[in-house]
Design a protein around this ligand. Sequence first.
Ligand code: ADP
Ligand code: MG
Length: 484
Amino acid sequence: MQWETVIGLEVHVQLATHSKIFSGASTAFGAEPNSQACAVDLGLPGVLPVLNEQAVAMAVQFGLAVHADIAEVSVFDRKNYFYPDLPKGYQTSQMYHPIVGPGEVEITLDDDTTKRIRIHHAHLEEDAGKSLHEDFHGMTGIDLNRAGTPLLEIVSEPDMRSAKEAAAYLKAIHSIVTYLGISDGNMAEGSMRCDVNVSVRPKGQEAFGTRAEIKNVNSFRFVERAIAFEVERQIELIEDGGKVIQETRLFDPERDETRSMRTKEEANDYRYFPCPDLLPVVLDQAYLDHLRGQLPELPADKRERFQHALGLSAYDAAVLSASRDVAEYFEEVHRVCGDAKQAANWVQGELSGALNRESLSITDSPVSAVQLGELVQRVLDDTINGKAAKQVFQALWHGEGDSADAVIEAKGLKQVTDTGAIEAMIDQVIADSPAQVAQYRDAEPEKRGKMIGYFVGQVMKASRGTANPQQVNGLLKEKLDALL
Ligand code: ADP
Ligand code: MG
């Protein structure tokens, strides 16, 4: 039997507001436990929530970026349940009238093809506190700093058909929210969290299978691994005559498996009802137009421009537009050196290799975009050859000079293009290598092309890497062939 995987994602994005969604308490990460929860976040009697306009603006910007319908009227509801990290006894969310209606996101797959994933809706809600199980022996601590932090929950349609597509979708959402600057997108700190709904069905069948919802999937890699495990579990279960039940499961990255948390029967009845303390959110056209005017160029548009206006390959355009920081760095290198292809090669080659080796993000690069742009410029105008350029890059990386020109000067890396000087080096190498010259002379003519490499290497070495390699090649061939 051939099986098809069906996946839908619920992504919680922590919005980068300074204060909470209904109170003035700070949202900064990493503060002393319970130092950033105020009476409103704790739901003490007699307090009233006040909606943070910034959170509304951010939700709308997301909606506009995914071409969604923005609700003229949206309403906050109370989702009632008891849990130690929820002192109010309910979470304020949007159940029936979410702020962002249907939209869509384009994802790019490994083979550079694209696919549209529909977004069902996105709604605003507040986060809960955190239970700390590790800090107190035999007890659980509660940190309420996170209570009331604004979240945008983005719910997709079940449009994904593989773990790879799900990861690509999550990356696309990450890229959109960080481009918009509405979230720092830091998955390690929980700024972006994901519930993964997975089901399988026989290939060709139209009806969806029963889904399991996997919680606690907090990295791109875990999304793929959790889905891979879950798909196998469901197929095996069905093939052994069993049935998938609708349930919530937890992903355990240590054991690489999912475990049942609760089944549908045990699910809470949340008794949703409109929050009597908050007015409906009413947005007019002028407000939406104002926010639309502030949208930056988005990842999909940038990729399109990189490919079609700058002439980059589809692959280069996708890689360089995926992150706003990388895209801005690349654009600065390009602005300085004037050659998009070279700028792309350097950012994805030498620079990204060095960043990876030291686990640095591009915003912490010791070589600035202007420095790299000037370096590429010196390759383009033939001041240095490719080999010397790598040396200059390393010197800049290690802080041995402020600019490419300074390093070239200090290290004497200027390319030697003076024919006389190159010829003198060639004559010396030929004189020092009688055995190789004899071999060259005795070789079949079609093999000589390859043998010339040895002499080129020696001349480049003699020039400490500064000779122009094309000139060396040409002159060497002339001189060697003259000896035949
Ligand atoms: P609920 O409100 O109970 O969480 P929804 O219908 O809103 O359920 O769906 C939640 C998520 O599950 C959505 O992202 C949706 O795309 C996804 N989903 C729904 N049905 C399936 C299915 N059969 N297989 C995989 N994902 C599904
Ligand atoms: Mg749900």
